[in-house]
Design a binder for this molecule. Structure first.
Ligand code: FAD
Ligand code: UDP
Length: 367
């Protein structure tokens, strides 16, 4: 065998595994089906502006070890994500905080905002929220649900908010302070120079083959290495034998504009159902650069079919049960390890992926 490990996928999970294994003296080959490394955190330089090709990526974590780890590959700026929401020609601050409540109801004190929310949710008598709509109304009342959540959520997921699990909305903070920070995490920022450089650094000195789909030469790849770390879709690995796990996909429409500042903020969400995109990203605001032009991306949610880019797992009961069946097969493998957002079928942020990858590498030591 030429390699100790074959790693399928050069995203964050695969790259960390490759880096750590090489550090321990193993011989590693990474194969990647796309024509570039870095998976969904791939960023590309457009005349000085780092464009996030697969959607806006803001790093945030409370885990100091994870923060120190990622900072060993790049210097981070102190970007704080403070998106705005656009609804029927008005702008509101996100996440839901005293600025939003003031813009919506004119309330200036936390107690007034709390009373307003209590009043709005009282008539619904929700004790144990069973779906996203109930969860949202019980967290922040009917007005915010209708203006800032319902339309966005239903176009994002292509389903009624009453057919979605409550936990999706728990990602968003609700605060009774005037604080527009989208995340509660202690450590946040954007890597100066973009994310691709981080992955390049992780993969330094490692054999990487681009445009190489594992399934197109499976037998040959299996013969190259003793062990495999697979970061692609778990259901595809088993030839969809129990059926395909469902995803929501996205279409990114990029535009270069001859204006130095298009929208004055990195992220503006469009919460009205009738506007087909969910957000407009203006990339230069992630790490401000003086340029005469700017690059924006409109993000359109769309249905997913096998073969298209899979972005958001649909974590309902049907898919969770299906995933368990594939996981049972994966757990029986002796030389093949599964990891990352596609193999675990989970809506992971980057910090989760780092934690998972480092823990996995540690677990190999014990074997
Ligand atoms: P991926 O990046 O998907 O890497 C898997 C790689 O495997 C891909 O390059 C793929 O091409 C390759 N591959 C798959 N199958 C094969 C095959 N058969 N053969 C060869 N190669 C294969 N996280 C945050 O922390 N902050 C954010 O702001 C944030 N924003 C996001 C916005 C969007 C729109 C999306 C979709 C995700 C966002 N995330 C964010 C999550 C983040 O992108 C992921 O956590 C992270 O990129 C997952 O890394 P991964 O290595 O598991 O997967
Ligand atoms: N959401 C919303 N309105 C917004 C932003 C988010 O209703 O303006 C809901 C929506 O259901 C979304 C979820 O909150 O799927 C999580 O939002 P987040 O910004 O974390 O989504 P991501 O960046 O992962 O797409």
């Amino acid at each position: 065998m030429k390699y100790d490990y074959l790693i399928v996928g050069s995203g964050l999970y695969g790259a960390i595994c490759a880096h750590e294994l090489k550090k321990q003296g193993y011989n590693v080959l990474v194969i990647e089906k796309r024509n570039h490394i870095a998976g969904n955190i791939y960023t590309e330089d457009h005349k000085g502006i780092q464009v996030h090709n697969y959607g806006a990526h803001i790093f945030h974590t409370n885990n100091k070890l994870v923060w120190d780890y990622i900072n060993s590959f790049a210097e981070f700026n102190r970007f704080t994500n403070s998106p705005l929401a656009f609804y029927k020609d008005k702008l509101f601050n996100l996440p839901f905080n005293m600025n939003t409540f003031y813009q919506l109801w004119g309330v200036k004190k936390p107690i007034e905002a709390q009373q307003k929310i209590l009043e709005q949710k009282k008539s619904y008598h929700i004790e144990n929220p069973k779906n996203l709509e109930e969860q949202a109304i019980s967290l922040i009342g009917k007005d915010i649900y209708e203006i800032l959540i319902k339309g966005y959520t239903e176009k994002q997921w292509g389903r009624k908010a009453t057919d979605l699990p409550p936990f999706i909305i728990n990602r968003l903070p609700v605060r009774f302070t005037f604080d527009n920070n989208y995340f509660n995490d202690k450590y946040q920022g954007i890597p100066i120079g973009g994310y691709t450089k981080i992955i390049e650094k992780m993969l330094e000195g490692i054999d990487v083959k681009l445009n190489s789909d594992f399934f197109e030469n499976k037998q040959e790849y299996l013969s190259l290495a003793n062990k495999i770390i697979y970061t692609g879709p778990i259901d595809k690995f088993y030839d969809y034998q129990f059926g395909a796990l469902e995803y929501r996909s996205l279409y990114f429409e990029n535009e270069v504009i001859n204006e130095s500042n298009y929208q004055g903020n990195a992220v503006i969400n469009y919460t009205d159902f009738d506007i087909p995109y969910t957000r407009i990203i203006e990339h230069k605001h992630f790490d401000y650069v003086e340029t005469e032009h700017t690059v924006i991306t409109k993000e359109y949610p769309r249905d997913w079919k096998i073969g298209e880019e899979a972005y958001y797992p649909i974590n309902n009961d049907l898919n969770s049960n299906l995933y368990i069946k594939y996981k049972e097969l994966a757990d029986r493998e002796e030389q093949i390890y599964f990891g990352g957002r596609l193999a675990d079928y989970r809506y992971y942020d980057m910090h989760h992926v780092i934690e998972k990858a480092l823990n996995f590498i540690k677990s190999l030591d014990k074997q």
